[in-house]
Design a binder for this molecule. Structure first.
Ligand code: G3P
Length: 286
């Protein structure tokens, strides 16, 4: 097996333990995993069940999610992100209650909360309870600054997930956001770690590696492609040149403001929340 000389930690982005197992066989390691409601709804067992026209009760759906996460925890010992249910109306208190349950599922659970007003409020409370966090659906530098400020003093490292592919989808250079957050966090105390997410292709992965992004979550199909290319690594001449994507400029944003004062609205966060809700609910009997 090829020894990979990289500083980034590689996570699997998925909801199927079989993929985690195969990724570990290919790489020789997997440092962590990220899941979300969409990925769980795409698990082959869920798909088969849905094709038979059998949906889950809400309780069964949570049980299934828990089983998947427990299965993954048998394969890897690193952080496994588990996402709370959050729709437009979910209050911080409800997210915290769910986070406290989910964190008991496995010893290495890391709770995903959305970067919304209520999600940040929940994050601010969660760090006081030592709940490991992955702040998800990040689409702007200002959101990343708010996460930093809201989780200051956290004893566990906090992860933040900029969703690269979804910015690319609408013609913006998502990898610029990763670069910008990494640069902004250089002025901080290091308690928030950037986790490049919504990776769609090998170029995203290679550029994130060249930036030494601390964490990168990668779908199995991209890990497979990487393996087929003999785990190619970016050299000093690596040049990330996305076609026709508008650059996202760096902004000077202070990390020291009151976390409630940042402008955290981003349309893609709202759309992302809606999609997670729809995918989760598609599994559940009405
Ligand atoms: O890690 C987040 C990821 O699962 C979202 O990916 O491809 O749905 O934007 P995508």
């Amino acid at each position: 097996m090829k020894k990979l000389n990289i500083s980034s930690k590689i996570f699997v982005d998925g909801g199927d333990p079989k993929e985690t197992r195969e990724a570990k066989e290919l790489l020789g390691f997997v440092h962590g995993q990220t899941t979300n409601p969409t990925l769980i709804s795409q698990n082959p067992i869920v798909r088969e069940r849905m094709e038979r026209g059998e949906k889950f009760s809400k309780r069964e759906a949570y049980h299934f999610y828990q089983e998947v996460v427990r299965e993954i925890a048998k394969i890897i010992s690193g952080p496994i992100s588990v996402e709370v249910y959050a729709d437009r109306d979910t209050k911080a208190q409800k997210m915290i209650e769910e986070a406290k349950e989910m964190v008991k599922w496995i010893p290495n659970a890391c709770i995903k909360l959305p970067i919304t007003k209520e999600g940040l409020k929940a994050a601010n409370l969660a760090v006081k309870e030592n709940i490991p966090l992955n702040m998800t659906l990040c689409f702007s530098q200002e959101q990343a600054a708010a996460v930093y400020a809201a989780t200051k003093g956290a004893e566990n490292p906090v992860f933040i997930s900029p969703f690269v592919g979804r910015l690319d989808d609408r013609g913006e250079n998502g990898m610029n956001l990763v670069e910008n957050i990494l640069r902004m966090y250089r002025n901080g105390d290091g308690h928030v770690n950037v986790l490049t997410a919504s990776v769609r292709n090998l170029n995203h992965l290679l550029f994130a590696l060249s930036l030494s992004c601390p964490l990168i979550t990668v779908p199995f199909r991209v890990i497979k492609e990487w393996a087929e290319k003999d785990f190619i690594l970016p050299d000093e001449n690596f040049n990330y040149q996305p076609q026709n994507l508008k650059p996202i400029p760096y902004q000077e944003i202070s990390l020291d403001k009151d976390w409630k004062s940042y402008n955290i609205y981003h349309q893609l966060t709202e759309i992302g929340i809606e999609k997670f809700v729809l995918d989760w609910q598609s599994m559940i009997k009405s």
